[in-house]
Design a protein around this ligand. Sequence first.
Ligand code: AMP
Length: 394
Amino acid sequence: MSITYIDHIDLKGKRVFIRVDFNVPLSDDKKVSDDTRIKAALPTINYAIEKEAKIILASHLGRPKGKIVNDMSLKPVADHLSSLLNKKVNFVPDTIGEMVQNEISSLKEKDVILLENLRFYPGEEKNDPEFSKQLASLCDIYINDAFGAVHRAHASTVGMVRYVKEKGAGFLIKKELKYLGEALSNPKRPFVAMLGGAKVSDKIGVIENLLTKVDKLLIGGGMAYTFLKAQGVEIGNSLLETDKVGLAKNLLKEANQNGIEVLLPEDHLIAKKVDAKAETKAISNKEIPSGWMGVDIGEKTIEKFSFIIKEAKTVFWNGPMGIFEIEAFSRGTMMIAKALAESNAISIVGGGDSVAAINKAKVAQKITHISTGGGASLEFLEGKKLPGIAILEE
Ligand code: AMP
């Protein structure tokens, strides 16, 4: 079965539970400091308002581990959402139970409420049937638009869905599945994937799956050093996952057998340590002297990767090219973000750090699709079934 989207469901006067991903960063004074995820859910929320539904929004925030943690309350998010929608969003300081039921029974068409953090109840992450039933009893229609949470089988993403009469997905999930799905099943070629970030181990599944799909794989960031080591290159004190060198060797061999070009950094910015004030040096070859570590890709690599991005028709990017949180080590990541923005390729960026890099480079407007779900987009690209999507297809 395929997914029914919200625009194919009659919402008028119905109690519509929308699972959103409002897991946003809050500042010390409890203000939303990055509202990208909230804005991403607006098309679905606005659509439900327009169709005169009674709207119940629910999300998790952080990892309270089944307990009430005041710092992780969604109250500030309700206030922020009110200003984005230009409409009062009532915050309900609980998730299930009589008080919530009462609030919902007094809802009028077009009203919007936001429930408290789902993860204040242990039943959420445990996908507990009782908790799921209680959530389901709040609504007539279930809509999931929390792409960032669909790789988790929790009560609000999976458990409750079976107990609700009608189910579907929102516009954000539709958009995510369109871009990520097309990249995997029918990409415009050349299709280039660019992976960076700290760990090879986090991205093995993605690399393995992409090695059957892409034309070129560009690897930068900390994970590149394990691959360089696998090629016998000296990497000094650079980040290394010793136990993954054999695997990196196998992946490079497999790529070669599949006729996929894997490009690793050819030059680097090196530093004595991970510190903004550390001594640094730009070196024009692969080998890193002992006592030094690679903290960013070098100029030749930037140029080469940028050229490949320019020639590509589809590019997927996950993971920074260097320790970009430190200004002095951020040039490679910033230049790659700009190259992606200037390319005519369909550009898809997934993963918190790459999205942060895109925002830092101020090029978000020029990216075709910025995925709101780091973990979910990676699992999707690994070819895994996402439980929150699978249940909507049942
Ligand atoms: P990930 O979450 O796996 O995408 O990793 C992101 C992290 O990788 C960022 O915090 C970067 O600072 C880090 N990173 C990128 N390049 C390097 C590098 N050359 N050495 C160490 N860490 C790196």
